[in-house]
Design a protein around this ligand. Structure first.
Ligand code: TPP
Ligand code: MG
Length: 602
């Protein structure tokens, strides 16, 4: 019997998907619903007539938070905007904190959501025919995301669907990049329309912006005249060219670099001008205190003023594509000038200005470079001394990071969501390769799970390694993540810093109430009874799962996990480490948990 080939229709759904592909969207990370009938038909049609390459590849994601985190990870690695398809109303809500991360990290992602059908009596193809179509009629669906997206709009007719997809992606990709949100009712996505031509050449993102001449002059003059110039950066390394440009500038004028809340590899850890890292600081950083000219180049949190800030007389400059953080209600750095510019371009301008004007005192610069190199070396020596387990074999976070560093080598791509161990990860990983580090850019925990899948899809040759807290691991929806990783052949290694709970909120309480009830009682934020965290990954995605508590077993355990990874299987290894939160001062604390009880692998 000959099967009838389905009638080929050119629909709004097809046009939207085709436009995404034209704009360089490789993957559509999707969680589907009754609003997506036109999309499902388009993908099925593409399979029937062998035209799947005209559309983004459909990646089915069992959870929207994971879908958006995967799109973020892919875009962070590749620089190419990706797309996410979610259900109307509740599907949009389930994006949750992943949207905050994408917005804060300034990552280009197009989110497409359905709207419940706009007609109820069969007036148009796609009209309401299921009970949920009434329940999912949200009064202001875009209102769910409006505070986080650069652009939100409804596609009201298929006739300009391509135009709107390209426009949304142009806005998403233009600096500072970010998420955009498009919606369309089911009837609109079902509409048959005339074929829409390829429009890709008309929608490039806005070209990079340079410093105005007088601003470049002012900053170059300040740097040239400084006796202790310092660059502070958090995310300059999202453009790997900016890392090279920064090194050139700093070497020319012996400028130190301090990474504050580093979400990228911004400056090589082994460069003698690298002067360390700071996250949530409890005391003044001497490097920052000594600076007389501070250039903040790509940072949302260059310091936390209540504990750590530049000296009152220091002259501060801010160069950033987002220099005054319009999206943050309270933000201020007391700068002499704020400039909006592409960082690689601006840094090259400053280097050229310094070269042109000449007159840099060579002897002084050589002497300063020597002094900074000594500070750099002393920091590294102190860090190296901390890289050992306790006498009883307890694995310290420092020792764990050192073992991971030795096991994965310099070529790995590392994702960090290690929370109270962020600082330890920064200091002991010693990353020096541009593009070797990713952070969420925001604060909504669980990003690393989906992001690792997206990162691996973007860099299939890379060894992808996530360093996460146990709480962050559970926030990532690990069942969904691990199923997805196996389904799309994107394995990674996850190392869990398992301190049996949330250390961070306890530390927060102690910072505000150093000798209050929480200090006396101890952590009420612990996870007991203990869950089999790696077991979740084994069950959902066939991952290699192991738990380690004894230092002597750690290198072998990491080696086994990596050998599984090389064979294409994800691995999740939970490592018991002490909590960063201090022990209770009083007798009222819960019974201590022995982290050494469990030691197994599967
Ligand atoms: C989605 C989300 N919910 C809650 C928080 C608040 N929060 C910040 S840190 C933290 C605990 C993280 O635990 P874990 O990953 O185990 O790291 P640890 O604090 O133990 O180092 C929580 C709950 C958050 N940042 N994001
Ligand atoms: Mg924890």
């Amino acid at each position: 019997m000959v099967m009838a080939v389905a009638e080929r229709r050119y629909t709004t759904s097809w046009a939207m998907l085709e436009a995404m592909r034209e704009a360089g969207v490789r993957y559509l990370f999707a969680n589907l619903g009754s609003d997506h009938t036109g999309i499902i038909e388009a993908y099925a049609q593409a399979r029937l007539d062998g035209s799947a390459a005209a559309l983004p590849e459909l990646v089915i994601c069992p959870h929207e938070f994971v879908a958006l985190s995967a799109a973020q990870g892919y875009a962070q690695v590749s620089g190419q905007a990706q797309a996410v398809l979610v259900h109307t109303d509740c599907g949009t809500q389930n994006l949750g904190g992943a949207l905050h991360n994408v917005a804060r990290a300034r990552v280009p992602v197009l989110i497409l959501a359905g709207l419940t059908p706009a007609t109820a009596d069969g007036e148009l193809p796609g009209s309401r025919n299921e009970f949920i179509h009434w329940l999912q009629d949200a009064a202001d669906q875009a209102g769910i995301v409006r505070g986080y997206v650069k652009y939100a709009h409804e596609i009201r007719t298929g006739r300009n669907a391509k135009q709107l997809v390209h426009r949304a992606l142009q806005i998403a990709r233009s600096e500072p990049p970010g998420p955009v949100y498009l919606t369309a009712a089911r009837e609109v996505m079902e509409e048959t329309i005339p074929v829409q031509p390829d429009q890709r050449q008309w929608w490039s993102p806005v070209a990079p912006m340079a410093l105005a001449d007088e601003v470049a002059d002012e900053i170059a003059t300040a740097l040239a005249g400084a006796s202790a110039p310092l660059v502070v950066t958090s995310y300059l390394g999202r453009d790997t060219c900016a890392v090279t440009a920064l090194a050139e500038l700093c070497e020319l004028a012996a400028i130190g670099v301090l990474e504050s809340v580093p979400m990228r590899m911004n400056f090589p850890a082994d460069h003698p001008l690298h002067l360390g890292y700071q996250w949530t600081t409890a005391s003044q950083n001497p490097v920052l205190a000594e600076a007389d000219v501070v250039l903040v180049a790509g940072s949302d949190v260059p310091w936390i003023p209540v504990t750590n800030r530049p000296a009152p007389g220091a002259r501060i400059y801010v160069i950033d594509i987002d220099p005054i953080k319009e999206q943050m209600p309270l933000w201020h750095v007391p700068a002499a000038a704020y400039a909006r510019a592409d960082l690689a371009t601006a840094l090259r301008q400053l280097t050229a200005r310094l070269r042109q004007r000449g007159g840099l005192a060579t002897g002084e610069i050589t002497a300063r470079a020597g002094r900074l190199a000594a500070v750099h070396r002393a920091q590294r020596q102190a860090w190296a001394a901390a890289e050992r387990p306790r006498a009883d074999g307890t694995i310290t976070p420092e020792y764990l990071v050192a073992c991971v560093r030795e096991a994965i080598g310099p070529g790995a791509l590392v994702l960090t969501e290690a929370i109270t161990n962020y600082q330890v990860v920064s200091e002991h990983l010693r990353l020096s390769r541009p593009g070797s580090l990713l952070g969420s850019g925001g604060s909504s925990l669980g990003w690393a799970g989906g992001a690792a899948v997206g990162a691996k899809l973007a860099a299939p040759e890379a060894t992808v390694v996530s360093l996460v807290g146990d709480g962050s691991y559970l926030f990532s929806v690990p069942s969904s993540v691990q199923w997805l990783a196996r389904r799309c052949g994107a394995p990674s290694l996850t190392v869990i810093f398992d301190n049996l709970g949330w250390a961070a909120p306890q530390m927060s309480a102690l910072m505000v109430h150093p000798s209050g009830a929480a200090a006396e009682v101890g952590a009420i934020t612990g996870f007991t009874p203990e869950a089999d965290l790696p077991g979740v990954a084994a069950a959902a995605g066939g991952a290699y799962a192991a738990a380690v508590s004894q230092a002597a077993k750690l290198p072998v355990a990491l080696g086994l996990a990596l050998s599984q990874l090389r064979r294409g299987r994800s691995a999740v290894i939970s490592v018991h480490v002490p909590s960063a939160a201090p022990p209770p001062t009083g007798p009222h604390h819960p019974a201590p948990v022995d982290p050494g009880q469990k030691e197994e692998s599967s």
